[in-house]
Write a protein of this length. Structure first.
Length: 128
């Protein structure tokens, strides 16, 4: 059971890292004409997969096993929401808030992962 928790925490860390990359890309392109901001919708994909009790996979290598169904692509572009005359829709205040929130989330996950590893070490050492 502890090993499963570590696996779930790793997946959450991966999603948080992806979100960080997307947010910093949005911030870096705040002055780029016609740039459309992106966001990670990992949680909504996870909820949908849990509701359907299945997950669609995306193959990135020809040797990967194919999965029926749609591709799981958690990064979506926020189209048709231009904030400025130059076609750019990056809201810098929103992106900075999202970045700070994601950093707190990531740090919390790191703490939880450390606690799980401590529990595993404790179990391996038989409580000594």
């Amino acid at each position: 059971m502890m090993v499963n928790a570590v696996g779930y925490l790793k997946k959450a860390l991966d999603a948080s890292w992806m979100r960080n990359n997307v947010i910093t890309n949005n911030i870096a392109n705040v002055d780029t004409q016609n740039f459309q901001a992106s966001e990670v919708e990992f949680e909504s994909f996870l909820k949908d997969a849990m509701d359907k009790n299945s997950v669609s996979m995306r193959t990135t290598n020809s040797k990967h096993i194919s999965s029926p169904g749609d591709r799981l692509e958690p990064v979506v572009t926020q189209e048709n929401s231009s904030l400025r005359m130059d076609g750019n829709n990056v809201d810098i205040e929103k992106e900075q808030t999202n970045l700070a929130q994601n950093a707190l989330y990531y740090n919390t996950l790191i703490q939880k992962l450390g606690e799980e590893y401590s529990r595993i070490r404790f179990a391996i050492s038989e409580g000594k």
